[in-house]
Design a protein. Structure first.
Length: 283
């Protein structure tokens, strides 16, 4: 099967980036958000990202123009009637995702492949509300999507092998390096990353060291490009909290139990860089 038209559900930080790379790679891409206000913010995010790419010599003005011509925006899932592949990039909440897939299942053609950008949740459970569970898999992108080269392709036991190969070729056509994981919470990257981030929060919480010294220790001592506390702010404290909760519920392993400090900060709305405040304050 050849993928020509792509739908993206969600135009937030991840969705707008996914839509950008799809359109830049030549796919006619339609993006859906729940309101005109959020849709406009997503469009602005794409424009800023493309402007930066041109400024840095990563793209030409002509490439930017072509990318924007390949993009269209909507607030209606009904506009996905002709897409060959849908990438869902909504909040990391199983019930919300199930609602989306149930609606998409009644709108999209029978051949349409469903792909979730989830970073931790079960693909099989999402697909269970549809009549096309064999056409569903995970495709976990990393932020910022136009820059990060990795995609985790999540292979549930229910997916048709041909569908999986089609999705793999599609991900590679976006210029991404593909790694393959089983449909297990956290997949590869977050299975290893989340305990590290939570341990860093526990270190701050216990007064072991300042956030600045923890970050400096890991950047200069281990050669990481970013310390764990700064990385938490970048990823989003809320996102990390939801991932940790999902993994803890599945494994019942205390390594994935969110520290009280992380939960408190999420409840306070201190969700990191996107909120202007996390462990650090952003202007």
């Amino acid at each position: 099967m050849e993928i020509k038209k792509v739908g993206v559900v969600g135009c937030g930080l991840m969705g707008s980036g996914i839509a950008e790379v799809c359109a830049k790679s030549g796919y006619k891409t339609k993006v859906r958000e729940v309101s005109e206000e959020l849709l406009k913010k997503g469009q602005e995010r794409v424009n800023k990202s493309l402007d930066k790419a041109v400024e840095r010599g990563k793209a030409t003005a002509e490439q930017k123009k072509q990318t924007l011509e390949n993009l269209s925006f909507t607030t209606k899932l009904e506009d996905f009637k002709e897409v060959d592949l849908v990438i869902e990039a909504v909040i990391e909440n199983m019930e919300e995702k199930k609602k989306i897939y149930k609606a998409l299942d009644s709108v999209c053609p029978a051949h349409t492949i469903f792909v979730s950008n989830t970073s931790s949740l079960s693909i099989v459970e999402m697909g269970s509300v549809t009549k096309r569970i064999s056409k569903m898999l995970g495709m976990h992108f990393f932020n910022p999507v136009p820059v990060m080269k990795l995609v985790e392709l999540v292979k549930p036991i229910t997916v048709d092998p041909e569908v999986f190969e089609t999705a793999k070729k599609f991900a590679q056509s976006l210029g991404k390096t593909v790694i393959i994981a089983k449909d297990t919470p956290g997949f590869i990257v977050n299975l290893l990353l989340v305990p590290y981030l939570l341990d860093a929060v526990r270190a701050v919480e216990s007064g072991l060291a300042t956030k600045e010294d923890i970050d400096t220790g890991m950047t200069l001592g281990c050669g990481h490009p970013m310390g764990p506390i700064a990385l938490l702010d970048f990823v989003g404290l809320d996102t990390t909290y939801y991932i940790a909760e999902a993994m803890y519920q599945e494994f019942k392993d205390t390594r994935y139990a969110a520290p009280p400090l992380l939960k408190t900060m999420v409840l306070a709305g201190f969700n990191g860089k996107k909120a202007g405040r996390g462990f650090y304050i952003y202007q």
